[in-house]
Design a protein. Structure first.
Length: 398
């Protein structure tokens, strides 16, 4: 793994916007605009390196599924902050029927610098973004700048195949609705949903688009409907389950769930059981089940434990996004009193400072489609936490 500087292509902004990345710039607090899509540098990998990372990703995914099963079997929902019995029952039922429910994609965030084993930072398994730039503009950049080279990127083909292979699970004779929130001002959610909708259409599915805010409730039929009062039988939503299940219409969502058994009204994609994987408590459960695993960082739910004196720790809200609420703590000396555990539910994970390449802190976003590794997206940040000001850089296998 190496970082290289390179001159951006003339007209790069218009190019990537035409390829789906309509948010190539980020507005900073000083009101300046700086590249989010950053092709002034790129990362290169060797083929054996990528093949080893692919194996790691698929092993981690299998471990996460085993941890999800453990949570359900041992009723560990409270560790995830799921205290509503109705929601816990819905998640458990969804897990038991997971073979009957479509699921599309996930993204691991990994700590990796090319010199040691990749370490799991977190799993984004419900509403992961940065998909469009990883699947499309990155690939076309590689073809233009490095013709004949390769890339860890089979996202598009695997997404289309995933819709094809799971089409039989969808309600017959009904379109799949694709919903995003209009609260996203950048357009990233819109384009992520539009891209997934396109892959579903290429798989031969009938689709329809709408905003989450435009989903209505028909009191007469007791169903969720679109703007034309059409029954929403299946819906891909880029809207977190912890919001969907607790919003004003949350009780109706749970009451009309179609978990694959055919008794409900609406089949949501991603399914309810993804709440087991999209929660930072998963990191502590994994460490409990696989202590000392080379691809895991020590993690706990009741406080930093020995990390306070040894490696330091990162305190992560169970449902935080874009680095929000993450605090980093160096180890304290024996003569010092460690900071008290936070009052909000957190996962306390071993501190692993992000790899520094020429002053840039990098995290690998490794994609999983179905149960298979499918691609890589790289983000850089100036600070120690990957936040909304991170930049996306392309990569190539040399």
């Amino acid at each position: 793994m190496k970082r290289h500087t390179i001159t951006p292509r003339p007209g790069w902004q218009q190019t990537v916007e035409e390829q789906g990345c309509i948010y190539p710039l980020t507005r900073y607090p000083d009101d300046s605009l700086r590249p989010y899509w950053d092709e002034s540098a790129y990362y290169s990998f060797s083929l054996p390196e990528v093949e080893a990372l692919e194996e790691t990703v698929e092993e981690l995914h299998a471990m996460c599924l085993a941890a999800a099963a453990y949570i359900v079997e041992h009723d560990r929902f409270a560790d995830l902050g799921i205290t509503d019995p109705r929601l816990a029952d819905a998640v458990a039922d969804s897990w038991h029927r997971r073979a009957e429910q479509p699921t599309v994609y996930n993204r691991f965030d990994l700590h990796y610098d090319g010199t040691g084993p990749a370490k799991l930072l977190e799993y984004n398994a419900d509403t992961p973004t940065s998909l469009v730039e990883a699947a499309s503009p990155q690939w076309f950049w590689m073809e233009e700048r490095f013709p004949g080279a390769d890339q860890w990127n089979s996202l598009h083909e695997r997404l289309v195949d995933a819709w094809k292979s799971q089409a039989a699970l969808l309600p017959p004779g009904a379109p799949v609705h694709f919903a995003h929130s209009v609260g996203d001002e950048l357009g990233e959610d819109l384009m992520t949903v539009a891209y997934l909708k396109e892959t579903a259409e290429q798989a031969g599915l009938e689709t329809a688009a709408l905003a989450v805010e435009d989903i209505g409730w028909d009191r007469v039929s007791g169903r969720f409907v679109d703007q034309r009062f059409g029954w929403i039988r299946a819906c891909f939503k880029l809207y977190p389950w912890e919001w969907l299940a607790t919003d004003e219409f949350g009780p109706r969502v749970l009451a009309t769930l179609d978990n694959g058994g055919g008794t409900g009204s609406t089949m949501w994609i991603e399914p309810t059981w993804k709440m087991l994987l999209s929660n930072k408590a998963l990191l502590a459960i994994l460490w409990e089940l696989y202590p000392g695993h080379p691809n895991l960082l020590a993690a706990y739910l009741d406080g930093p434990r020995e990390l306070a004196r040894t490696t330091g720790w990162a305190a992560k809200p169970l449902l935080g996004r874009e680095g929000e609420g993450v605090t980093l703590h160096r180890p304290t000396a024996d003569s010092e009193e460690p900071p008290a555990a936070r009052t909000d539910p957190c996962c306390y994970q071993q501190l692993a400072p992000l790899p520094d390449f020429d002053g840039n802190r990098v995290v690998l976003g490794a994609w999983v489609v179905g149960d298979e590794s499918a691609g890589l997206g790289i983000r850089e940040s100036a600070g120690p936490v990957t936040d909304e000001y991170a930049r996306f850089l392309p990569h190539v296998i040399l």
